[in-house]
Design a protein around this ligand. Sequence first.
Ligand code: CA
Length: 223
Amino acid sequence: MRLLLVEDNVALADTLCTVFKGAGYAVDWRTDGRDAEILGGQEPYDLCVLDLGLPGRGGLDVLKNWRAVGIDLPVLVLTARGSWSERIDGLRAGADDYLPKPFHHEELLLRLQVLVRRSHGREPQSVLRAAGLELDESTQHVVAGASLPIALSAAEFKLLRYFMLNAGKLLSKGKLADHMYEYETERDSNVIEVQVNHLRRKLGRGAIETRRGQGYLLVGVTP
Ligand code: CA
C-alpha cells in the first residue's frame, strides 16, 4: 500500500513516517500543498493523510482540486483539536475520514486500515480474509488453512496484504511495484519475483500462480 503523507510539522511527520513504515506502508512525504497535489495526481496512492494548514496550498484546496478532477484516493484529514467547522469543511471537500490532533498512532493506523478495506469493498474486521488465508495486520502473521500462525517479513507482509486485498485479480509486476515502493525507490521487478517466491515457500508452492507475460494470481489454499 502506498501512502502520501502531507504534513508541514517536521517532528510529527518524522514520527508518522516511522509508524506508517512499521505498519507496512510505502510512504511519500510532502510538506507543501502544491507539491502534494501534483504528486497525488501522478502516483497511484492507496491512501492519503492530509494536514489542513500547509504552505503553498491549504489542505482543503488540495482535496477539492483532486475531487474536481476525479481523483478518488481515500483521504484522512488531520484537523485542529475540537474544530467542528474544519471537520465539516473537510467532509464537504470530500474527505473520507478525519482525526483531530493530537491523536494516538494506533487510532490513526486503525482508521487507515478501515479506509483501505472500504476502498477494496471489504468489511473492516480485525483479520483480513481471502483465498483461505487469514492475515493479522497487527502482528503481521498469516494463517494458511489449518496452519499455525506464520511470521512474515516486512516485505512479505506488504506484498501479501496487497494480494489479499486484490484477491481474484491478476496483478502484473509493474502494478505490484507501483503499490509497494516509495517514489524515489528504483523499481526492480526481480525483487517482486524474489518476494513472491518467499511467500510460496511459506504458504505452499501453488498459493501464487504465475501467468506468463501477465503477472501473478493469488490462489491461496483450500480450507
Ligand atoms: Ca500544518
